[in-house]
Design a protein around this ligand. Structure first.
Ligand SMILES: Cc1cc2nc3c(=O)[nH]c(=O)nc-3n(C[C@H](O)[C@H](O)[C@H](O)COP(=O)(O)O)c2cc1C
Length: 260
């Protein structure tokens, strides 16, 4: 009888098994990549629509998203820029590339981004030809990592419609409560800028009292998650300020750029 219990045969079985398994995993990963990308895109579209309060159970996401126009904005000039293709734009590669981003120094980098891309996509929603909401991608560091989301504004560019995150690394039950519908609903109607044009909207520690003089600019803090709450305040401060969408918002408000 043949002896199979040798070192070389055991090694051969182990190596063959590894090769078969890794080939299977590689084929599955490559085969599923398109589906994963499509799902990621659908999730982003869902969050954009949700931030603007446009989700509707009776219509599918792709149909709803047809009412949204995507435009590229040059963040330096605050003007629309058609030289960048919005369908292939990737904020990650733009913000890493030294030619398409700026380095932020400590005093500027309130959202802990390190670098800021020079372009961003903005989403414009129209109803019967009228602009009804502007949705801006925002991101910034929480406690454990970068929180990425969308902020929807009314055409006055002062009133918030909604804030929706699609990616975060915060702790479930603590920082991840940024995804709790009850907390998210607190953003609707909040104002951003003081009369001097400073970004003063913030997540406070504790509950916003009805008689507080700042109640229109404040959102309840997440209990046990002050660091995440501060992260949300900071990312709004950055993206609504001069190094974020500030120049674009000023241009839109002054009628320097047309929405269509
Ligand atoms: C395991 C663990 C996970 C935590 N996750 C978060 C988090 O996601 N966000 C956050 O702000 N704080 C988190 N904290 C708490 C912070 O360390 C810090 O205590 C808290 O932000 C302070 O908030 P408070 O002043 O409301 O208590 C976590 C703490 C522990 C021990």
């Amino acid at each position: 009888m043949k002896n199979n219990d040798t070192f070389s045969k055991t090694l051969l079985v182990a190596v063959t098994l590894c090769l078969v398994c890794s080939t299977l995993i590689s084929f599955t990963a490559v085969g599923l990549r398109d589906i994963q990308d499509a799902n990621k895109e659908l999730d982003k579209q869902t969050k954009i629509l949700s931030a603007a309060g446009l989700l509707n159970n009776n219509l599918n996401i792709s149909d709803l998203f047809k009412s949204i126009e995507v435009k590229m904005v040059n963040l330096e000039t605050g003007l629309f820029d058609e030289s960048i293709d919005s369908s292939t734009f990737n904020e990650g590669s733009f913000s890493r590339n030294l030619d398409t981003s700026i380095k932020l120094d400590k005093t500027q980098d309130v959202a802990t981004l390190k670098r800021r891309e020079n372009y961003q996509s903005v989403y414009l929603h129209y109803e019967e030809g009228n602009l009804v909401s502007i949705i801006l991608p925002v991101r910034g560091y929480g406690l454990w990592g970068t929180m990425k989301g969308y902020l929807a504004l009314e055409p006055d560019l002062q009133t918030i419609i909604g804030l929706e995150f699609f990616e975060d690394k915060e702790t479930p039950g603590l920082g991840a409560e940024i995804n709790n519908p009850k907390w998210k609903s607190k953003w609707t109607g909040k104002k951003i800028y003081s009369s001097e044009g400073e970004v003063i909207v913030s997540v406070i520690k504790g509950v916003v009292l009805p008689d507080s003089s700042n109640k229109d600019y404040s959102v309840d803090g997440l209990s046990g998650a002050t660091i995440t709450s501060k992260g949300v305040t900071n990312l709004l401060k950055f993206w609504l300020g001069d190094l974020g969408y500030g120049p674009f918002i000023t241009n839109m408000r002054n009628g320097e750029i047309k929405d269509v």
